[in-house]
Design a protein around this ligand. Sequence first.
Ligand code: PGA
Length: 244
Amino acid sequence: MTQNTLIVSNWKMNLNFIQAKNLAINLKKIKYNKAKLINVICPQFLLLPTLNEVLVKSDFILGAQDFHHDLNGAYTGDTSIELVKDYNCKYSIIGHSERRIFHNENNIMIKKKVRLCLDNFIIPILCVGESIEQRKKNIYKEFILKQLTECIQKIDCKELVVAYEPIWSIGTGITPTVEDIIEISELIFSFLKKEKIDKFRILYGGSVNSFNFSEINALDKISGALIGGASLKIDEMEKILTSC
Ligand code: PGA
């Protein structure tokens, strides 16, 4: 796509306080083409206050990895969108497969989260993607369409990001073929067009690193990546950011 590239670093439940601070300080030193890139970091919630300080006056933007689908209430251990907003997150990952699998999140909850994001001027990064069984049974397209339909149909939204993240690729070092990514990005593209969403991006996520990033990012309908493991390594991030 002709859009600039969106790089979303999903730090997951990694990095202690010192490690996170050091990584952010070193990321700030990387000289990349700021006109071509939007750079979002999604750390653990408890790191947000410090990262707000470290990344002040930088071009890095903070994002959340998740938040609860209700505004507030008796939900021990959860975090609300209000705090996500107070701590300056401009984006939030929603419906990551690790949330769907380990926290039983379903499309109904995920749709509520998309709505909450939009109502709070936070750009949702909705994750969709099939399991290896669904791919082998050749039912992956129907599955992804169901996720899209149940999470964002008629959501009436101005701006949205959808990340195609095949579950079998996350953290495995295995990536789909370019043809596979093209097929799904086209499916997502036509869904979003039909929904008349003004502004959207499609990202790819799953074992993205400095070797495969450029090839994936060059695909017509792809305008960036959601990066897990490689986003924790400064040398990988330097190569990725400076390749744009
Ligand atoms: P990975 O994770 O890059 O480590 O595969 C991506 C993700 O889960 O968002």
